[in-house]
Design a protein. Structure first.
Length: 259
């Protein structure tokens, strides 16, 4: 069904593989369309409780497809391209399940922007991450100029985006851009292990925690705390909340149903 990506659902974990290495997994409009369709499927499948996006053990992706961008004719077309890509990243960021970008090799430009929209980034020790758009006299238009400063601070983000050179996974980890570093060749195993842990958490609690953090980040402190209390309240209508608290008191493992 897909030409440039693969989608599998394995033990409650959806796995999206960017899969057209001949173009270094560049994000063409076909790939963006396919990723949107894959997210439709993930959202429509109740068994999917976590999502991993990766490109295999040696490459994440080299960014937006430059052979397409070169044909953008005017500012309005460029604006629409940017908004379309941003809406994919927004959608990913706000999915009501845990998302992990498992990064190996190059994660550049739009591919890094995709990873920035995930909840957690896990990277192989030899990965290289960067937003090199300035070298093409363009800018990261998939949310990169907004998400990166929010993640690692304005000053560090400016250096990375203005210089445009990639940083090593070790440096990205030090900057807080990558959550976990893993040994070469163990990315799949470690990414899926973390995803299975997240998939075992109470799904409604996980969705409301994400919502509280994501929505709260754009609000002033008082409004954010008010929103947090509303999210807290929502959980008290769930069967899982009953199960989670009782299982602790009864000294047994909770079984969450996502209800
Ligand atoms: N868009 C379209 N095609 C791309 C691409 C991209 N973002 N990145 C790589 N490719 C293509 C190359 O044109 C090349 O195609 P060809 O075999 O038909 O010539 C193929 O993928 C392999 O790339 P190549 O540059 O030969 O590989 P490399 O190992 O020498 O270098 C990179 C790898 C990632 C450093 C280099 O490809 C690169 O800098 N890519 C662009 C990164 C970028 O600027 N991204 C932001 C885009 S806005």
């Amino acid at each position: 069904m897909f030409k440039c990506i693969k989608l599998e659902i394995l033990d409650n974990v959806a796995l999206i593989t960017l899969n057209h290495p001949e173009k270094l997994n560049a994000l063409s409009s076909v790939v963006i369309e396919e990723l949107n369709l894959a997210l439709d499927k993930v959202e429509g499948d109740e068994s999917a409780r976590a999502l991993v996006i990766w490109g295999g053990e040696s490459l994440f992706g080299a960014g937006a497809d430059i052979s397409e961008i070169v044909n953008i004719a005017n500012s309005y077309e460029a604006y629409r391209f940017s908004r379309k890509f941003q809406s994919l990243c927004d959608r990913l960021e706000n999915l009501p399940l845990a998302t992990i970008a498992a990064i190996s090799g190059y994660a550049l430009g739009g591919c890094l922007e995709l990873a920035l929209a995930c909840d957690i980034r896990v990277a192989g020790e030899k990965a290289q991450l960067g937003l090199p758009e300035i070298k093409l006299a363009v800018l990261p238009g998939g949310g990169g100029t907004q998400r990166l400063p929010r993640l690692i601070g304005t000053s560090r983000a400016k250096e990375l985006i203005l210089v445009g050179d990639p940083v090593s996974a070790v440096e990205a980890h030090r900057l807080g851009l990558v959550n976990r570093l893993v040994e070469e060749g163990r990315l799949y195993e470690e990414g899926m292990k973390l995803a299975r842990t997240l998939a075992s958490r109470a799904p409604i609690a996980l969705a409301m925690i994400k919502n509280s953090i994501n929505v709260g980040a754009a609000l002033d402190m008082n409004s954010a705390l008010e929103h947090e209390a509303t999210c807290f309240g929502v959980l008290f209508d769930s069967e899982d909340r009953d199960e989670g608290l009782k299982a602790f008191l009864e000294k047994r493992k909770a079984v969450f149903k996502g209800r």
